[in-house]
Every structure is written in C-alpha cells, then in structure tokens.
Design a protein around this ligand. Structure first.
Ligand SMILES: Nc1ncnc2c1ncn2[C@@H]1O[C@H](COP(=O)(O)OP(=O)(O)OP(=O)(O)O)[C@@H](O)[C@H]1O
Ligand SMILES: [Mg+2]
Length: 401
C-alpha cells in the first residue's frame, strides 16, 4: 500500500505535459492562460458565496453553500495543477487533487438531489410578496373595523350623554315649572291685593304711597321671574300663530340696532323663501332679545352679531344629532364673534339660574326662556361654541302646516 502511494508520487520516469504538446508555445500558453483564468474564476466564487451566506442569516440550507464552495475550490485547484503539470510531471499529486475533487463533487451531487423537493417548497419572493399583501390587507381591514368600533362607541357615548342631558333638563323643567306655577298664583293674589290697597290709600300720604309702589314693583319683578321660569318649565301659556320669522327678525333687529352700541355690528341674512313657522310671536321676540343680549355681553370689545334664517329639514328627536324621522323647521341662527363658551358652560347654559356673570348682572334665565319656548313650541335648540371662537345658537322652529 505504502509502496503504491510512494510510486504514485514518483515522477522520475514521467515527462511533463508540455512534451505531449511538443512545447508548441501557442498550445502551451493557451492551456496555461485558460487554466489560470478558470482557476481564478473558480476561486472567486466561494468568496462570493461566503459573503452572501454571512450577510443573509435567514437563508435556509446554508450547508449546501459550503459544499458548493468546497467543490468549486477543488475544481479551481485542479485547473491550477494542470498548469503545473505542463512543466513538472507531478501527476501523482494532480491525481490526488482530482480524487479530492471527485469526492467533493459526488458528495455535493448526492446531497443535492434529496434537497430538491425541499428547495422547491421554499416560498419564492413573489409568493412571499403575495402573502405579505394579503397580510397587509387583513391588517387594514382590522384597523378599519377597529376605527368603526371606536366611532360607534363614541357615537353611543355621545347619544347617552345627550339623553342624560335631556333627562336632566326634563326633571329641572318639571321642578321649576311646578314651583313657578304655584308661585305665580300666589303672586297674582299679592299683586291683586296690592292694587286694591293702592286704590284705597290714594291721597293718604306720600310715604304710604311709596311703600305700596315699591311693594308692587317688587311683586311685578317677581312675576316676571316666574314668567321666565314658567317658560323654562314649558308651562307658559303660548299663543302660536303662523309667523313670517324673517319679518320678526327684521323688527327685532331694528330695535337692537340702537341698543347694541356702536362697537357691535349687526348683520342679518334672511332667506327670501323662508317658510312660515308656527310659534308665539312675543316669546320669539323675547328669545331673540335674550340671544342678542347674551351676544352683546360676550363681545365687550366689539364684534359682529349675525342673525340668519333659512329652511331646514332635520331629524326630529334631535335636530342636531340626526335621529328619528325627518321634519321641517324654520331655522334661526344667532352667531356672535365673542369669547365663546367652555364645554362646561355650554352643557349647562340652558339650566335656569346658571350664569357666569357677576351677581346682579345676570339671572341665568335668558337661555332657559329660549329653551323652554322653543321646546314647548315643538322645536329644538342647540348651541355650537368653542372658547375664544364665538357662539352660535340655533332655534329650529316648527314649520306651520
Ligand atoms: N353668546 C354667548 N357667548 C358666550 N357665552 C354665552 C353666550 N350666551 C350665553 N352664554 C353663557 O351662558 C350663560 C347663561 O346664559 P343666560 O342667558 O341663560 O343667562 P345670563 O345671560 O347669564 O343671565 P340673563 O340672561 O338671565 O340676564 C351666560 O352666563 C354665559 O356664560
Ligand atoms: Mg342672558
């Protein structure tokens, strides 16, 4: 065995490959250069494969890359050896390298075949892209569903809040209306008797006359207050008539022009084709005055007060929120460019006696009257306002039949 190996490396009796080519330079150099190029190319490929595998740790079957690298390195070496044997007859060493190359090639080839089905099953970039697209679509759908859920929850919370608010106003209305009604009856008795005292004590001294006069003034103011409370409690006797709302607005605007002051500009935008509403004229005028006074108070540094009228189709139940069947209203919109309201003030503004004005300047009954009058008339009222952004109060007055 040892002898056979020794003989394999014995080159004494052999001649270099160049002799077979009769040392013809064109043959010698064509072989030498081609083998050098092939060998160099073969050596560069494992470097590229190693770089690829080191940069892509996610690549599967990396051992195949290493097997290829070994096999290609071996092939490259055989080519370099072919150059060597042109001049030196080391055919034994060349044969040994070929044996190693054969081993690496056969092993790689054998390992490759069973791998093929698995390699085919690995998803291609196109398949991965398609799967990705499906996944993205699912995520989008889930996000949309989540957003819809969030919207629905927000709407439900808003509806619940509105219901709570409506129930609170209803309860307050009952309470206020009940008290005001009884109080009003008592005041009627007081006023009636004061009148008869006034008649009987006429000419009986200045002091008595002044005392009776003061008592009557106080009782009349109390009666006015109870009237506003009755309005809020929707117990105010109303006398609705078919009313051209724009004309009433014009009349009130005429009155206001002189009372608002120079620092406030009054504008009206009245729909020429506005429907007639079915409401109480006096109460509507009071409501407009209350709104205008509020607007004036909200614009101490001046601004613009705009009163608009237009026809509106809105959902009953809540003209603003849009639930329930559609109804027709004449909409009166009073907008100012004043200081606006906080959420807290906005949500409580209609409550009787709610005021943010200093003691003695506001009774907190203006918007209560507006609320009571409009709702008792079968309409709706809403406030839109943000702090520093002015305020808009909308009266949805029922259209006359
Ligand atoms: N146009 C508005 N801009 C800003 N805040 C307003 C406006 N209108 C009403 N408010 C707020 O709502 C509160 C209640 O208004 P409401 O008219 O009921 O009572 P008041 O004006 O305070 O008193 P009253 O009208 O009885 O003299 C006001 O105190 C104010 O804080
Ligand atoms: Mg007011």
């Amino acid at each position: 065995m040892l002898d056979a190996i020794r003989r394999l490396f014995e080159a004494d009796s052999l001649s270099p490959h160049g002799i077979c080519l009769l040392w013809r330079p064109e043959l010698i150099w064509t072989h030498a250069i081609s083998d050098a190029l092939i060998g160099t190319a073969y050596f560069s490929i494992p470097v590229a494969l190693t770089y690829f595998v080191s940069k892509r740790p996610d690549v599967v079957f990396t051992w195949v890359f290493w097997a290829f690298a070994t096999f290609i390195l071996a092939c490259g070496t055989t080519h370099y050896f072919s150059i060597w044997t042109l001049w030196f007859p080391d055919y034994g060493a060349e044969a040994l390298i070929k044996v190693l190359t054969a081993a690496a090639s056969v092993a790689t080839a054998i390992a490759l075949w069973p791998l093929l089905p698995k390699a085919v099953a690995v998803p291609s970039p196109a398949q991965l892209r398609a799967a990705n697209a499906i996944l993205e679509q699912r995520i989008r759908e889930r996000d949309e569903a989540l957003a819809a859920l969030r919207r629905e929850t927000a709407e439900r919370l808003k509806a619940e809040e509105m219901l709570r608010h409506a129930q609170k106003m209803e309860a307050l209305g009952h309470l206020t209306g009940g008290i005001a009604h009884d109080f009003n009856n008592l005041l009627t008795v007081v006023l009636g008797n004061l009148e008869s005292i006034a008649k009987r004590t006429e000419g009986q001294g200045e002091r008595l006359h002044r005392a009776v006069h003061n008592a009557r003034t106080g009782a009349e103011r109390a009666a006015l207050l109870t009237k506003q409370l009755l309005a809020f409690g929707r117990k105010q006797p109303l006398h609705p008539i078919d009313l051209a709302v724009s004309e009433i607005v014009q009349k009130v605007a005429h009155l206001l022009d002189r009372t608002l002051g120079n620092h406030i500009a009054l504008r009206t935008e009245l729909a020429p084709n506005a429907w007639t509403a079915y409401v109480d004229q006096n109460e509507l005028e009071s409501a407009l005055l209350n709104l205008a006074v509020n607007a004036r108070d909200a614009m101490p540094k001046g601004g613009t007060l705009t009163i608009r009228t237009r026809n509106a189709r809105a959902s009953a139940g809540s003209a603003a929120s849009g639930t329930g069947p559609s109804r027709e209203f004449v909409l009166v919109e009073v907008t100012d460019t004043g200081e606006g309201m906080t959420e807290e003030v906005k949500s409580r503004a209609f409550e009787p006696f709610f005021t943010t004005k200093p003691v003695g300047q506001g009774s907190g009954l203006g918007l209560s009257q507006v609320h009571g009058f409009v709702t008792q008339s079968g309409g709706e009222v809403e406030i839109e306002s943000e702090l520093g952004e002015g305020a808009t109060v909308r009266l949805y007055l029922p259209r006359a039949d």
